[in-house]
Design a protein. Structure first.
Length: 220
């Protein structure tokens, strides 16, 4: 996403959620050969980016895999699913997370204690350090999402969805993940024992097996 990872943009250059999702949207719009489809995989807040992409290009996505990710429905603003997460998560879990305001956006960056105790607690010390080094301020685009993104059954709802429950995720507790599954049931539910909020680091082999299984099913 824009202003994330090694992307060069600053959050001050990203004004809307669609701007934030532009790298993914551009990929599907211009780089996908005619007639081909993809399996999208999203983790954490990336579930909302997937939802926008599913709404925009449903015909180009064969399966969307939500890995301990926010999974909105079609009846409420996408931002409401994060509100539910806040309601179901311990209020002190963010610990040393820092908040600020910039250009009418609330920015946040997860602190090292929050990451080590609740975001990557099952990862190796080396991977925990890597997560901290790559951390950048982010925003939830709550104001923009509440009015700009409406999901439909005809588009977003037409794409096959898979949810991968990470059973030791403290930031998105299993109870919250199960709530999303019940609220908007996907076609397939999978589980990874011992996975925290960063399953690609804490349980990479198990996550890879889940994705390989989805690829095999998608090809049949």
């Amino acid at each position: 996403m824009a202003a994330s990872g090694v992307r060069p943009e600053s959050l001050s250059d990203v004004h809307t959620f669609r701007d934030y999702s532009k790298p993914l949207l551009d990929l599907l719009e211009s780089d996908l050969p005619e007639g081909e489809t993809v399996i999208l995989v999203g983790q954490s807040f990336g579930g909302i980016n997937m939802a926008l992409t599913m709404e925009t290009f449903p015909e180009k996505i064969s399966t969307a895999v939500f890995v301990t990710a926010l999974m909105p429905d079609c009846s409420s603003p996408p931002s409401s699913v994060f509100d539910q997460c806040v309601a179901m998560t311990a209020p002190d879990i963010l610990l040393d997370t820092e908040f600020s305001r910039e250009n009418n956006k609330t920015l946040m960056i997860l602190g090292p204690r929050c990451l080590r105790l609740h975001g990557s607690q099952n990862c190796s010390p080396r991977d925990q350090t890597l997560v901290e080094m790559l951390g950048r301020p982010g925003t939830l685009f709550s104001e923009d999402l509440s009015v700009s993104l409406k999901l439909s059954e005809e588009k977003y709802g037409s794409v096959r969805r898979v949810y991968v429950v990470c059973k030791e995720d403290n930031l998105y507790p299993e109870e919250f993940q199960r709530w999303m599954i019940k609220n908007n049931p996907p076609e397939v539910v999978m589980e990874i024992e011992g996975a925290d909020h960063m399953p690609m680091l804490s349980k990479p082999n198990e996550l890879s097996l889940c994705l390989l299984k989805m690829e095999e099913e998608d090809g049949n």
